[in-house]
Unconditional design. Sequence first.
Length: 106
Amino acid sequence: MILTTTPTIQGHNIETYYGIVTSEVIIGANVLKDFMASIHDFFGGRAGSYENVLVEAKESALKELQERAAAMGANAVVGIDLDFETVGQTSSMLMVSISGTAVKIS
């Protein structure tokens, strides 16, 4: 399945528009990751544990998007938009939401 942020796919014609397809994933970061990130904040540098959580959430959301699009009969999703937010009382959870248009291309 082809996933793209662009409204078209070069070299392919869109035959059928199935409609909007969405995916949402919420993933928590644990206390140890919070502690390690605070050390990185103090000394500087990248917070690898948080980056790994972000990658995991994004990949899970993209996989779910593909599954939902395939269930609609699509073989591609165009116009994808990814949004990242923190949620929860202490903003300790990361939400990734993705939307796009499920299509059939030739």
